[in-house]
Design a protein around this ligand. Structure first.
Ligand SMILES: [Zn+2]
Length: 242
């Protein structure tokens, strides 16, 4: 409780606080993380998420994506940690959320300024003109195609071998440089370039608060307040104090 109190105090005194979230925040929404026990890598082959494989084995890749991955992602609902971040944004305390997650749960919870470094799995994008569509409007048993130009749609998340979305990355770098408090939740800190952002925040003088049941690559390097708790419980406590 002392730790969550310190975190709440730092957030209350901040002028520009941002959140940086990873898979850990969504575990309590039953979204499997990619890494670790019960991780997606244990169920699916990593090649499924490689862009070259996707283009060369399109039908097979879609079939595998439809086998559980999409259903779980579309049906997932935000948990108390997502909800608390949305509430803190409404109160003007959290200015934006930078996320490594593709599950859309921050937006579902009501957060407005969300930068999605790895895209969004609830959308599809045309490989020719970039038009976006919602996954739920398509029967993915057939490879989906663009309603405007007929080209194939691909999942609107970042595959291995693809660039990160330029605008989201730029906004995330700006937010990391400008923030005075960064709340890092549920990130292992091993996926780059995303993991460089908390370091960028620290270099620019921000206080780093980390919520994570286990320590991460950030913990002993840059973290000022480490809260070794599940994110939902910790964020509920922090939120109640603000
Ligand atoms: Zn198109």
């Amino acid at each position: 409780m002392e730790l969550t109190k310190s975190a709440a105090r730092a957030l209350k005194e901040s002028k520009y606080a941002v959140a940086f979230t990873g898979a850990g925040i969504s575990v309590e929404s039953a979204i499997a993380p990619f890494r670790g026990e019960n991780g997606i890598w244990n169920k699916y082959e990593e090649k499924l998420f490689e862009i070259n494989y996707f283009y060369s084995h399109t039908k097979e890749a879609w079939e595998m994506l439809c086998d559980g991955f999409y259903e779980a992602t579309i049906k997932a609902i935000p948990n108390a940690a997502h909800n608390a971040l949305a509430k803190l944004e409404q109160k003007g305390i959290i200015k934006s959320v930078i996320t490594q997650n593709i599950d859309n749960l921050h937006t579902k919870a009501g957060s407005k300024n969300v930068y999605e470094l790895h895209g969004n799995a609830t959308k599809l994008t045309c490989i020719r003109d970039g038009n976006k569509y919602l996954v739920r409007d398509f029967d993915l048993k057939i490879v989906p195609s663009c309603k405007k130009c007929g080209a194939m749609l691909k999942p609107n998340f970042v595959f291995f071998g693809e660039m990160l979305p330029e605008k989201d990355m730029r906004m995330s770098i700006d937010a990391s440089r400008n923030c005075d408090v960064m709340l890092v939740i549920g990130s292992t800190g091993v996926v780059y370039p995303a993991a460089s952002l908390p370091f960028e925040a620290k270099r620019n003088g921000a206080t780093i608060i980390e919520i994570n049941p286990k320590s991460s690559a950030f913990t002993n390097e840059i973290v000022d307040i480490f809260i070794p708790m599940e994110s939902a419980k910790a964020m509920m406590q922090i939120s109640e104090l603000l």
